[in-house]
Design a protein around this ligand. Structure first.
Ligand code: C2E
Ligand code: MG
Ligand code: MG
Length: 740
């Protein structure tokens, strides 16, 4: 009995132990369940995404599946699928099931799949550009993520009219939409609620009317194991309540899951950023400019320190040097002089009246100078009481005025202050030569002026002296001639005189040479030799010649109208032969203006023009002759290249200069040469006129050699236009010598 009783106890204990074991096993077995590896795309926030804090895959889909799986006794583990699409993932051994699917689709390898019943109905929505409204979506071109090709297939089946293009990323989808390659994008509404939080997508709009739902299912390959898993899962899915579904969806869609990255911040605050950038740029520009201005100011101050004399505010020696160089370069046409000025008794003034009085005197002098100098002039204090001035040479009047306005007040400065001393100023003047404008050496010019100043100081009390008086005379002439030319033309100080030319055989006047005369208002009658070279050098001769030619044409027109048709020779300076002046064209215009025939003008050219530019002279001559003008070679025999010119320049008449006879050498040899020249010119088929015929023996000799056209004092001196006009009327003048 006991034995039985003991056995009974033992059996009971074993049963209890077994029950406990079974209980524990059942409890633990139920908690752990069968591990189910679920492959999901973890980039579909808020449906599937990786939680930043736990690094686990979470989301609506995960929670929904977890409930379904746990309901079915599984312990689900979610892993991010590595394959490009769900179809590829179906073929992988790494997952027991894959999700989400809308319908059963074959795997990438073409194996049939099996899907669970729907975990939930997922709304799918179209997104378009802001300005688009979708009324219907039967013929739309739609963009979707390539990873959603399973859904795409479901949609295609459901809406056969849709064309679906798939893209790798959502950025590519949006790009295609913006470039109108698709009409709309299609995605899970929950995804859109996340994606469209990106600021850069503010131009996209959800189409609320175009919503449809796609079932959210779990899938796996259609195998016996697969079928078992799906069957078991379906039981779990069945047990999910609507309340659970709503709670999960609400939980995730109400979270602000989208996290701004740098590009979002840049986009969001682009205007503010732009404004900030512009502001920074402006500030940089402002500071750079300010810096530059400060540097310039510093440089200017430094320059001033070097170039400006602090006592008198005039230029210092270095400033003067620079200014003079600049003026000579920019005004090579101005005739300048440089003066060196020194106060003879300055030391005495300083010693007896005090340094302050000396400084006052220097300041007074500089003030007077600065008042009276023009923009094109300059003055400086070289040192102590030594001043230098670059002055424009004008007429004597101007020098007297300077004396009155500048020098005299300085001389009397101390007397005016009751200090009783007359200031003595010694001045040396150097007149600049053309060479000084070529090689500008201010110190050299000042040295010359200084030498002249020292001569004054050593010989007289004060006053001025020229280093180069000849240049001074010339400088003054230049000023008188060039500076006065426009007035002279306007005031009719310039006139045309005519020197008749005759045929010595017939006594007839065959023409005249127009010669310029200048009745200068200050200098009286000037000879061409006194002003023509100066005007040529200053580049002003063309102005004078145009004026003279114009006067000649006016006279010719008047005589033509009186029925007195004449021919006049006019002079052409070598400086008038310049390509850009188009002198032949100018003559042509003149005869048109004055209604003249071109053979009424003979144009005299000189050898100097040939020496300067033979090609251009030949070209000009040819052109003039083409227009019908006669061209004469002036001063033949007086130059050095006559034969050359004779050979190369096609002229109508040679003007033989008899000056050749009166020069040094044996007159008999001269006559032999002339005889041959006459013969030579005739052989060349050109006309010949002798000029400078002063006596009857010259005239007779020329005639005996066959040269009958002559011009010279023996027949007529140059005369005014009026006189020449009268002479024409009488045809032969009483002045004209009878031919022998
Ligand atoms: P040219 O063209 O050889 O003119 C002749 C010069 O010889 C004139 O001097 C004339 O007065 C002078 N003459 C005339 N007959 C005799 C004479 O028998 N003996 C002497 N010793 N001289 C005589 P002028 O008028 O003083 O002209 C000098 C030069 O100035 C001219 O030489 C000409 O080259 C130039 N010239 C005159 N007027 C003009 C002008 O309007 N334009 C240009 N570019 N040059 C001119
Ligand atoms: Mg002449
Ligand atoms: Mg001549």
């Amino acid at each position: 009995m006991l034995k039985n009783g003991r056995l009974m106890k033992l059996a009971a204990s074993l049963a209890a132990l077994l029950a406990c074991f079974l209980m524990v096993f059942t409890v633990y077995g139920e908690e752990d369940g069968d591990v189910l590896i679920v492959g999901v795309p973890a980039n579909r926030c808020p449906v599937f995404y990786i939680d930043e804090k736990t690094d686990e895959i979470v989301g609506i889909g995960v929670d929904m599946m977890r409930i379904a799986a746990e309901n079915a006794g599984y312990n689900p583990s979610f892993v991010d699928i590595q394959e490009a699409t769900l179809k590829d993932a179906l073929d992988s051994d790494a997952y027991d099931v894959v999700m989400p699917f809308g319908s059963a689709i074959p795997s990438a390898k073409g194996n049939p799949s099996i899907i669970s019943s729907s975990l939930m109905e997922t709304p799918f929505t179209f997104v378009t550009k802001q300005d688009r409204n979708l009324s219907q979506f039967s013929n739309l071109k739609v963009g979707m993520l390539r990873a959603q090709s399973g859904v795409a297939e479901t949609v295609r089946k459901r809406y056969p009219g849709l064309t679906i293009n798939t893209y790798e990323t959502i950025q590519e989808c949006v790009k295609a939409l913006r470039e109108d390659r698709v009409d709309a994008l299609l995605n899970n509404s929950y995804n859109w609620s996340y994606i469209l939080q990106k600021p850069a997508y503010s131009d996209l709009k959800i189409q609320p009317t175009a919503v449809f739902s796609v079932s959210f299912r779990v899938g796996t390959l259609d195998t016996p194991e697969g079928q078992a898993v799906i069957e078991r899962l379906n039981q779990g899915i069945e047990r999910i309540t609507d309340t659970q579904r709503q709670a999960i969806t609400l939980d995730y869609t109400s979270r602000r899951l989208y996290k701004y990255d740098l590009s979002d911040y840049l986009y969001q605050y682009k205007l503010a950023l732009l404004a900030a950038l512009i502001l920074i740029a402006c500030l940089i520009v402002f500071f750079v400019r300010k810096q530059k201005a400060a540097t310039r100011k510093r440089e200017e101050q430094l320059r001033q320190l070097v170039d400006i004399d602090p006592l008198t505010n005039m230029l210092s020696m270095s400033g003067f040097r620079k200014r003079v160089e600049e003026l000579l370069r920019t005004h090579p046409d101005i005739q300048y002089l440089i003066t060196y000025n020194n106060i003879r008794n300055f030391k005495f003034i300083n010693d007896s009246l005090g340094r302050e009085a000396g400084d006052d005197l220097l300041r007074f002098w500089s003030g007077k100078l600065l008042e009276n100098l023009s923009e094109e002039e300059a003055a400086c204090r070289i040192t102590a009481d030594h001043f230098a001035i670059l002055r424009w040479i004008q007429d004597e009047e101007k020098i007297k005025q300077d004396e009155q306005r500048i020098i005299e007040p300085v001389r009397n400065f101390l007397i005016g202050q009751d200090k009783g001393t007359r200031v003595q100023i010694c001045t040396g003047i150097y007149v600049l030569t053309p060479e000084d404008y070529q090689n500008i050496d201010v110190d050299k010019m000042l040295d010359f002026a200084r030498l002249a100043e020292q001569r004054v100081c050593s010989t007289r009390k004060d006053g001025y002296e020229f280093y180069n008086p000849e240049e001074w005379k010339r400088g003054k002439q230049v000023a008188d001639v060039c500076g006065h030319l426009p007035v002279a033309i306007r005031e009719k100080e310039l006139q045309v005189w005519y020197q008749p030319q005759i045929n010595y055989e017939t006594g007839e006047i065959i023409g005249a040479e127009a010669l310029c005369r200048w009745n200068h208002n200050k200098l009286g009658w000037l000879r061409p030799a006194e002003f023509i070279p100066i005007l040529e050098e200053a580049g002003l001769i063309y102005d004078l010649d145009c004026y003279i030619w114009n006067c000649v044409c006016e006279d010719l027109q008047r005589w033509n109208k009186q029925g007195d048709r004449r021919t006049i020779s006019v002079n052409l300076s070598r400086c008038d032969i310049r390509e850009e002046l188009n002198t032949p064209g100018h003559f042509f215009d003149l005869i048109k203006t004055y209604d003249l025939s071109p053979d009424q003008l003979r144009i005299e050219i000189t050898e100097s023009a040939f020496a300067e530019n033979p090609e251009l002279l030949i070209k000009t001559t040819v052109k003039l002759r083409e227009f019908g003008f006669q061209v004469e070679m002036d001063d033949f025999g007086s130059g050095y290249s006559s034969l050359h010119m004779l050979k190369e320049v096609p002229v109508d008449r040679i003007k033989l200069d008899l000056d050749f006879l009166s020069g040094a050498g044996d007159p008999e040899r001269g006559r032999i040469i002339i005889s041959h020249v006459v013969q030579m010119v005739q052989s060349l088929g050109m006309n010949l006129i002798a000029e400078g015929v002063e006596n009857i023996s010259q005239a007779n000799f020329l005639k005996s050699r066959g040269c009958v056209e002559m011009q010279g004092f023996y027949f007529y001196k140059p005369m005014s236009s009026k006189e020449f006009e009268e002479l024409g009327k009488t045809k032969t003048s009483s002045n004209a010598k009878e031919p022998n």
